[in-house]
Design a protein around this ligand. Structure first.
Ligand code: PMP
Length: 464
């Protein structure tokens, strides 16, 4: 009796893409056997080595009555052995999480690829975009356009996509030339005083269009951006119409839009996905932090049905993988976090508390002579420090003002997220706030009070 696992994955080409998991049992059932008729035992063909995962295979011995035979994995599924180890008994959290994330296909995102963090989600996104174009007959699409002052992670692909000069500097010789960068949609620094918001968006769109033309529009695989820029610029929401313009340019040139919602996603800005507020949807999305709420390391790439269907009908497998894809513990924790967010209606709370946070920050810092900008969305807000409000000149980076604020805040019992290099990766200081969704109105008041004291005492320590 010859049975291959290939028969089990009809319609669900790759086990790592959650929604349909291949199982040896399903193969048996697909071949006409009742579950009671067979017993499966797994033999290790080569021992799995967790730190050095490589092509290794399990043979499954299936006993049916007096007969027994071996089911061997197909060659294009080299990573499935570790996966099987879990999925036979423990696929449920991953399937349930995938169902939660993409079961209703938000914005056409129909598949979830569950990884262990944000950088992994970005690496997977870049590779999926590349593989999609190989399989859709456009292998010349190998360029990626991203933005200065964005952060996409610290692994080499993600770092190459990122546009933060300081983070890239040491590794510049290792970063791929396939990535180029355009201006961020950062109104406080990039918008000219004589420019309206509409003109600003038009100028940014023209720059992106020019970059497509410079590279050759049919060589671009994707544009990558954070809808609300997080760590490197401090909670920068896009000007109105910006993402609509970006989406149009990508569509016109046949490129994909990859949105990095590792920091700003999963409810942080008041909607589950930050892109919901922009009236567009991405082709590929990376999420992480809010997915597991910090209880377990987890991230995910969400991808449109069109992309996955193309690969399914092509090679049939995403050429990528990690040991801990769809780890059941991580998935179970993320599911629970998402259940609580849903059941306790925490996104309503994010919106209400977010308005309070904005109001309180404006009251406390709106007239502060060293706070140049207060910006954000939902429970994701930042203040930017300037030496001079009129010229927007930053403080000397040598003063390490943001680190002084961090130390003063911690002393005062406040954990905030200060960053430097806000303007250009080297100069500028901001402080980012991302309170938990379960914060109370009193907590919000306390956060702003403590931040106010920390900012004033840090400024005093540098003579201001
Ligand atoms: N993208 C963004 C927008 C991030 O904020 C981060 C982490 N700060 C990453 C990617 C990388 O995620 P991780 O640190 O989990 O690899």
């Amino acid at each position: 009796m010859a049975i291959t696992l290939q028969s089990t994955i009809e319609g669900g080409f790759s086990a790592e893409f959650m929604r349909r998991l291949p199982k040896v049992e399903q193969a048996m059932i697909a071949n006409g056997l009742e579950p009671a008729d067979f017993v499966i035992s797994k033999d290790r063909a080569t021992p799995p080595s967790v730190p050095f995962i490589g092509p290794f295979f399990y043979d499954y011995t299936v006993f049916v009555g007096d007969e027994n035979f071996t089911v061997t994995e197909p060659n294009d599924m080299v990573f499935l052995d570790y996966f099987y180890q879990r999925c036979i008994a423990e696929e449920e959290p991953a399937e349930a999480l995938a169902d939660q994330l993409v079961g209703k296909e938000p914005g056409g995102l129909a598949y979830a690829y569950l990884v262990s963090g944000g950088s992994e989600a970005i690496e997977a996104s870049i590779k999926l975009a590349r593989q999609y174009f190989i399989e859709s007959g456009e292998p010349q699409r190998q360029r990626f356009i991203a933005r200065r002052q964005s952060y996409h992670g610290n692994t080499l692909g993600a770092l190459a996509a990122g546009g933060n000069a300081w983070r890239r500097e040491s590794y510049a010789p290792l970063l791929s030339a396939a990535f180029s960068h355009v201006a961020p949609a950062f109104a406080y620094h990039e918008k000219r005083d004589d420019e309206s918001e509409v003109d600003f968006v038009t100028r940014l769109a023209a720059e992106l269009e020019a970059e497509f033309q410079r590279l050759g529009p049919d060589t671009v695989a994707a544009f990558i951006a954070e809808p609300v820029v997080g760590a490197t610029a401090g909670c920068v929401p896009p000007p109105e119409g910006y993402f609509g313009a970006v989406r149009d340019i990508c569509n016109r040139h046949g490129a994909l839009l990859i949105l990095d919602e590792v920091m700003c996603g999963m409810g942080r800005t008041g909607t589950l996905h930050a892109w919901e507020q922009e009236g567009i949807a991405p082709d590929i999305q990376a999420i992480a932090k809010g997915l597991g709420g910090g209880y377990q390391p987890i991230g995910a790439m969400l991808a449109s049905g069109r992309i996955i269907d193309t690969i399914r009908q092509g090679s049939g497998a995403f050429q990528h993988g990690h040991t801990y894809l769809a780890h059941p513990l991580a998935c179970a924790a993320a599911l629970e976090v998402q259940r609580i967010i849903d059941e306790d209606k925490l996104l309503d709370r994010v919106r209400v508390l977010g308005s309070q946070l904005e109001r309180r920050l404006t009251e406390r810092f709106g007239n502060h002579r060293h706070i140049g900008d207060i910006r954000g969305r939902g429970l994701f807000w930042a203040i930017e420090l300037v030496a001079d409000r009129t010229s927007r000149a930053p403080f000397d980076p040598g003063l390490k003002l943001n680190q002084r604020i961090k130390a003063a805040a911690l002393e005062n019992g406040l954990a905030c997220y200060p960053g430097g290099g806000t303007v250009d990766g080297r100069s500028g200081d901001h402080v980012l706030l991302a309170p938990p969704y379960i914060a109370t109105p009193d907590d919000i008041d306390m956060i702003v009070d403590r931040l106010g004291s920390a900012v004033d005492s840090a400024l005093k320590s540098v003579g201001h």
